[in-house]
Design a protein around this ligand. Structure first.
Ligand code: PHE
Length: 532
């Protein structure tokens, strides 16, 4: 709805009525205008202090169409009595020939009850020469006074649907301090001229109307959530329901250290090739690994909001020694070069240059790694997740893009086992409507054991690979300074895949990138994953 138009003469009408009647009662004085118009006009005057007003909510009763018919023609029982009296005698079976069917049905019983008619063998005969049609009289009173003379009967009349109750707002209007018979001419713009000649000091400015409603935009097209974002929201809901905290994933560019080295992806690993990874040329190098203040703050406020600290661990947090990034860096290097923390290592000369190279992150596990290292400042069970963009230098085809979204979860706790990870994943994918998981041994440099996750998709009626998972290797966690007994699960899947299945998209380029049809974005429905 746009702004309510105020009939211009309504304000004048109110001002002039106040001239003779002060206070003025609108419910009785202005019955011909719509309630919304009255309110708009009064607000307009009140904002100028020309009037003041109070409101009262009143319940009023008004006759329904059937009630009005009774007012005009008499009640059903009266019609029956009237017909019987005129005829002198009507066989019961023939009553419907003399009055309307509805009257015959309802009126007969009531006329009996009121003792206006009686039965004589198989016919109706009158018992009174004149009767008082109380139903009609009562309704006439209601029509004139908007209320019942005897409030006790109101329930009965409402139930018989002869009257309905309505809310009516009555306004008591009084003259205000700036009362006048008409709204004075008002200035709407402050001009340079007014500033120069000083007339702004005495000008009568039109007050701002802060309660006026905005105009709904009719042209153009409203924004719409991208289907990927809708599915993302569904995943976020599931993670939050399972008490996960969202990791700060704003850093698309990361160093080789966080993206690869800390995850023990060997420096000669094919995944680190130009063919698989985008390297940033300007600037090409990162500094030494260190704290990301923005990420730390985001995590901390998220943890506080979710209230995961007890008072005691809050204190521990403050007492915790500052994270030693240099030591961590040396530990990671040692594992690669010579082996450490029970690992025999890769035993190759570790290149600092490789560690510093800036890359478009190839997985969100780079962020999980940062967050797990931070956890070493205050080791405790926790659950982290993220859903964000990753980049891989791949040949673009129907199912691959050079960038896509990863959904990733990390669970740290004492005494975790592989069976627990499988059970967790079963519950998680169950939320998406995917049951009967199958696990296949796989390899990740940073997890052992590792498992690919397959699920039977009811909609597609086949087994699909839906994710990758594992338990982070001890040398990865120990080099961070996490305690030996703390185990960590990790799992990841793409956001595109479930979205394509959900929306029946077979070519990923229809979902992401410049070939996307905007009509598709705007018309697709909301998602509930578990309802598929
Ligand atoms: N990083 C893995 C991938 O890109 C997903 C994963 C995350 C696997 C955490 C195990 C643990 O597929």
């Amino acid at each position: 709805r746009g702004p309510v138009p105020v009939p211009t003469d309504l304000t004048t009408e109110v001002l002039q009525a106040l001239e003779t009647t002060d206070p003025l009662l609108t419910a009785t004085s202005l019955p011909h205008v719509a309630q919304a118009d009255i309110k708009a006009a009064l607000d307009r005057l009140a904002s100028r202090s020309m009037i003041e007003y109070d409101t009262q909510d009143n319940e009023v009763v008004v006759p329904t169409a059937e009630g009005k018919q009774i007012i005009d023609e008499g009640s059903h029982e009266w019609k029956v009595w009237d017909a019987v009296k005129r005829e002198g005698r009507i066989p019961i079976k023939e009553l419907a020939n003399f009055v309307a069917a509805e009257s015959a049905k309802v009126g007969q019983g009531n006329a009996f009850k009121s003792k206006w008619i009686k039965k004589d063998v198989d016919a109706l005969v009158p018992t009174a020469d004149s009767v008082e049609d109380t139903t009609r009289l009562t309704l006439q009173y209601v029509q004139a006074h908007s209320t019942f003379e005897d409030p006790k009967v109101s329930k009965d009349y409402l139930k018989r649907k002869l009257v309905t109750s309505q809310k009516l707002i009555a306004y008591t209007v009084r003259k205000g301090p700036k009362y006048a018979k008409e709204i004075p001419v008002e200035v709407t713009d402050l001009t340079a001229e007014m500033l120069q000649n000083g007339s702004w000091k005495t000008a009568n400015f039109k007050p701002y109307n802060f309660s006026s409603r905005g105009i709904l935009s009719t042209g153009g097209e409203p924004g719409a959530l991208h289907p990927l974002m809708k599915v993302r929201e569904e995943f976020r809901r599931i993670f939050f329901d399972l008490d996960f905290i969202e990791m700060p994933t704003g850093r698309f560019v990361d160093s080789g250290f966080w993206n690869f080295d800390a995850l023990f992806v060997p420096q000669q690993h094919p995944a680190r090739d130009l063919q698989d990874t985008f390297y940033v040329s300007d600037p090409a190098e990162a500094g030494r690994p260190g704290p990301d203040v923005d990420a730390d703050q985001a995590l901390e406020s998220m943890e506080r909001r979710r209230n995961i600290f007890t008072r005691k661990s809050d204190q521990q947090q403050e007492d915790a020694p500052k994270l030693d990034y240099e030591k961590y860096y040396a530990n990671v290097r040692a594992v690669h070069e010579t082996g450490a923390f029970g690992s025999t290592g890769y035993r190759y000369p570790y290149s600092d240059a490789e560690t510093k190279r800036l890359v478009l992150r190839t997985h969100t596990t780079a962020v999980s790694t940062y967050c797990l290292h931070r956890l070493a400042a205050n080791p405790r069970p926790c659950r982290y997740f993220s859903i964000d963009r990753v980049f891989r230098n791949e040949t673009v085809d129907a199912t691959h893009l050079a960038e896509f979204h990863q959904i990733e979860g990390v669970i740290a706790d004492y005494g975790l086992t592989l069976g627990g990870l499988m059970a967790f994943l079963e519950g998680f994918f169950n939320e998406l409507g995917i049951t009967n998981l199958r696990f296949k041994p796989a390899y990740n440099p940073y997890t052992e054991p590792s498992m690919e996750i397959f699920g039977f998709h009811k909609g597609l009626n086949k087994w699909v690979e839906i994710g990758n998972s594992g338990m982070f290797r001890p040398e990865m966690l120990l080099s961070m300074g996490l305690p030996e007994e703390l185990r960590v699960y990790g799992f990841g899947l793409s956001l595109e895949r479930p979205t394509m299945i959900k929306y029946g998209v077979s070519n990923i380029r229809e979902l992401l990138g410049h070939k996307v049809d905007l009509g598709f974005i705007q018309s697709n429905a909301a998602v509930r994953l578990d309802k598929d």
